[in-house]
Structures are given as structure tokens and as C-alpha cells.
Design a protein around this ligand. Structure first.
Ligand code: ZN
Ligand code: ZN
Length: 185
């Protein structure tokens, strides 16, 4: 742990590890309470991310990461637009590979399943905070729904149907076309 460059800028976590500091034998890095700026993300962090990983160098241009990430993220429900929390707890498996362009070389567009978690880099430096951020995105549910039974907002008057019953609802369900439309969704 002594060779880690850890800076703390206004509470944000920075953890960058050059390939040259990573040995062939796997080394363990335990990051507690990783926080990053989520102002441009589709989620917010509810507390810091716990990121426990082992790095091992496979070649001059290739490093493997294996570990576990735990995070509590806040999302906005697609139906009722209220915030809710999701607990993520996942194993992480990534390969970091350096290429000149930071992209897949031409002619290697056939992705194998094991290549899906390959992160292409232009510089031989692993940003573990960025890796944690990418892993959060991989684990986010496709649909952001606060609860399976969330009734959402009334499309007519806009009330949150989880908290308030409105009279529009009856009119809609009496209409056979509305029922048909709901079935087709
Ligand atoms: Zn909801
Ligand atoms: Zn209504």
C-alpha cells in the first residue's frame, strides 16, 4: 500500500496506479468510501463505495482486476419520479489494456464474451475510482423503478398515485380503449 498515490481533493477520491507499480503476483487494494463527483451521472451516491480488488500484471500492456464492489446508489424512479436507494454488491472482473488509440485495433471488432469487460487505455495507468464508476453503471438496473408495485404519476392530474388516489383513475379504467392501451404496453 505504501506506493499508492492517494490525493484527497475536496472529499473526492483519487486512486491512480501506473502499470509499472503492478506486479505479476496479484496485489490487493482496499478502497473504502470512494466518493466521486456525480453531478453528470444518472445516479447519486448514498455514502462511499467499498471497492476491494486485486491487480495483477499480465503483460506490459495488460492488467487484470478482480474484486468486489459494494455501493448504495440513489436513483430517480421512472414512474413516480421519487428518489430511491439501490444496494449494489457485485464481483468485479476487468482487463485493462493499453493501445495507441485507446480503442480496439482495426479488424478486432468481434467481441468475445470474455472481452466485454476490457477497458482500453491510452496511458498505462489504472484509475480505480473510474473503474468503480464504470462498475456502478454495469450494475444499475435497466429500469429505475422504486418498487415493483409503484403506481407512478397520474398522466392526467400528475399526483403521485402511491400516496394520493385521484378521481381521474376511474375515468381512465372505465374507458375500454385506455384498458386496451395499457395492455399493449
Ligand atoms: Zn416509483
Ligand atoms: Zn389524476
Amino acid at each position: 500500500m505504501s506506493n499508492l498515490k492517494k490525493a484527497d481533493w475536496s472529499g473526492l477520491s483519487v486512486m491512480k496506479i501506473p502499470f509499472a507499480e503492478i506486479s505479476v503476483i496479484s496485489q490487493r487494494y482496499t478502497l473504502g468510501d470512494v466518493i466521486f463527483d456525480t453531478s453528470k451521472e444518472s445516479f447519486d451516491l448514498d455514502g462511499g463505495i467499498q471497492f476491494d480488488c486485486s491487480l495483477s500484471r499480465k503483460s506490459d500492456v495488460r492488467v487484470q482486476l478482480q474484486g468486489r464492489m459494494q455501493a448504495r446508489v440513489r436513483l430517480v424512479c421512472d414512474r413516480c419520479l421519487q428518489d430511491f436507494s439501490v444496494d449494489l454488491d457485485t464481483s468485479v472482473w476487468m482487463i485493462f489494456e493499453v493501445t495507441e488509440t485507446g480503442k480496439w485495433p482495426d479488424g478486432e471488432i468481434d467481441l468475445k464474451p470474455e472481452d466485454l469487460d476490457v477497458v482500453m487505455l491510452t496511458e498505462p495507468v489504472i484509475d480505480l475510482v473510474e473503474a468503480a464508476r464504470q462498475q456502478v453503471y454495469m450494475e444499475l438496473p435497466m429500469q429505475h423503478i422504486c418498487h415493483k408495485s409503484c403506481k407512478g404519476l397520474c398522466p392526467q392530474c400528475g399526483v403521485n398515485r402511491n400516496h394520493t388516489a385521484c378521481s381521474c383513475e376511474e375515468i381512465a379504467s372505465d374507458n375500454p380503449f385506455a384498458v386496451l392501451a395499457a395492455l399493449k404496453r
